[in-house]
Design a protein around this ligand. Structure first.
Ligand code: LLP
Length: 455
């Protein structure tokens, strides 16, 4: 087991994160609990900025909020001077409410609604990344109504297949995202955006090839395809594009054997490829942007659970059930993701047995870790699952009406709640009972008969 970020193990064998005893965090805040290592998160953000600025001082690192977006996370991303990629009115609202400067916000999405586009235009977001022709026309109309100029990037599908789970590949031609490279319709869309839409200002191109990509070659290829397309546009219509956004997707370490490239290696490949190819093609080097989500926040997150029932299926396996599961981390059920875990209260003890960590949802597929070596497990132990910072809370649900867990930020021995634990009241806060189904006053005290049944 490799410790991440500021993790260490103290003299009692407890796992510490950000100088906080995770066993104590579990006691104080309850479980399941998302723990975010603030120093690790800030360090990744800085590593990215340093790496890209080293090669290209005007480059921009845009944190992809879909990985994890809360008000406090927005504050940290702003403080670290990263920009922010949002993908819905809800994410945009969260960012603006947290005081994130709109001009550093990039608005993504393959089917933005008129209301969302209006919000983006009137709030003055920095760039709208336009996915399709329908959106382009709609945006022109909305910007014109508001007397605004919308600065946009066009999302291009570069036709690159990445070696990652099929559900998170996005760069291949058969994709719901973007304008396909190599089609005349795409060239026509660029021309419309650049020349024929008075309220649209085309700043550049965008692509995103996939997520949890562990190999740098596809990123290099994507940069090359995009630059060759930029050269074609210049040749065909004299168009100069100032910006090139190459998306996110760099992988992280989930388990032993995962050896992702570092942000520095990623920056080097991208920046050197762009510089060399621009020289060859006689293009001015555009401003380069990247949109990492997972690789900024993923390893900074750990989820704590309490062990409950332990069940031996003779000659098959030992199931260790915890008090969370697919509702707080759907990635295992969705993508067969493999996680590493340890017992936070026995972190120094020798791992002695292979067990299966089961969630508490009513699904056989609700398994958090299929095989993990742990010290002898007992009910009440605290299980820590690593690398859960990205796409866990942001994809969490209330399946089985489980309240979503709290989230704490830990830093130099202090912990702060940044998302409160949901309550049972929260679960029914939006429910409404039509009057005809209301519990009648007569029955309210003793039973559950509806008004109709009571009549
Ligand atoms: N930019 C765009 C346009 C994206 O669609 C994404 C992710 C990113 C940036 C950030 O990618 P990252 O650096 O985080 O890989 N739920 C899946 C991942 C979906 C990624 C969607 N788009 C998972 O849990 O693996």
């Amino acid at each position: 087991m490799k410790l991440r970020g500021t993790m260490s193990i103290d003299h009692r064998g407890h796992l510490l994160i950000g100088g906080c005893d995770t066993v104590e965090l579990a006691r104080q805040y309850g479980t399941p609990l998302y723990v975010i290592d603030e120093a690790a998160l800030r360090e990744k953000a800085r590593e990215y900025r340093r790496a890209f600025h080293h090669y290209m001082p005007d480059s921009e690192v845009i944190y992809a909020g879909k990985a994890l977006l809360t008000s406090a996370i927005c504050r940290i991303i702003d403080e670290e001077q990263l920009s922010l990629d949002v993908v819905s009115g809800g994410e945009l609202y969260t960012a603006l409410a947290a005081g994130f400067p709109p001009e550093r916000i990039y608005f993504h999405g393959n089917n933005k609604s008129p209301a969302e586009l209006t919000m983006a235009v009137t709030k003055g977001v920095g760039r709208i990344v336009v996915d399709n022709l329908h959106e382009l026309r709609l945006l022109q109309e909305i910007a014109s109504i508001h007397g605004a100029e919308a600065k946009i990037l066009l999302r291009i599908t570069p036709g690159i297949k990445t070696n990652t789970h099929a559900y998170i590949q996005t760069g291949q031609f058969d994709s719901k995202f973007g304008f396909p490279l190599g089609s005349e319709e795409t060239v026509a869309a660029v021309e419309w955006a650049a020349r024929r839409m008075p309220n649209i200002r085309l700043m550049g191109l965008h692509c995103h090839i996939g997520s949890q990509v562990m190999d740098l070659m596809p990123f290099r290829l994507a940069a090359e395809h995009m630059l060759r397309f930029a050269a074609e546009l210049r040749a065909r219509m004299g168009l100069k594009l100032a910006e090139l956004d190459l998306g996110g997707g760099l992988g992280i370490r989930y388990h032993e054997g995962d050896e992702p490239p570092t942000p520095a290696e990623y920056a080097q490949v991208i920046c050197q490829t762009v510089t060399a190819l621009c020289r060859e093609l006689g293009l001015e080097v555009p401003k380069i942007m990247v949109e990492p989500g997972r690789s900024i926040v993923g390893e900074a997150g750990t989820t704590l659970y309490t062990v409950g029932a332990i069940k031996d299926v003779p000659n098959v396996r030992r199931y260790v059930a915890v008090d969370g599961g697919m509702a707080d981390n759907p990635r295992v059920a969705l993508y067969q993701a493999v996680y590493e875990a340890c017992l936070a209260n026995k972190a120094a003890e020798e791992a002695a047995e292979v067990v299966t960590i089961a969630g508490r949802c009513c699904e056989s597929g609700d398994i958090l870790v299929r095989e993990v070596m742990l010290p002898p497990v007992e009910p009440g132990d605290i299980l820590a699952v690593f690398s859960t910072g990205a796409y866990n809370y942001s994809m969490a649900s209330n399946y089985n009406h489980l309240p979503r867990p709290a989230m704490v930020l830990v830093y130099e021995g202090k912990s702060d709640v940044i998302v409160e634990r949901e309550t049972y009241e929260d679960l029914i806060r939006l429910d409404r009972i039509p009057p005809r189904l209301a519990v009648s006053q007569d029955c309210a005290a003793g039973g559950s008969k509806s008004a109709a049944a009571a009549r």
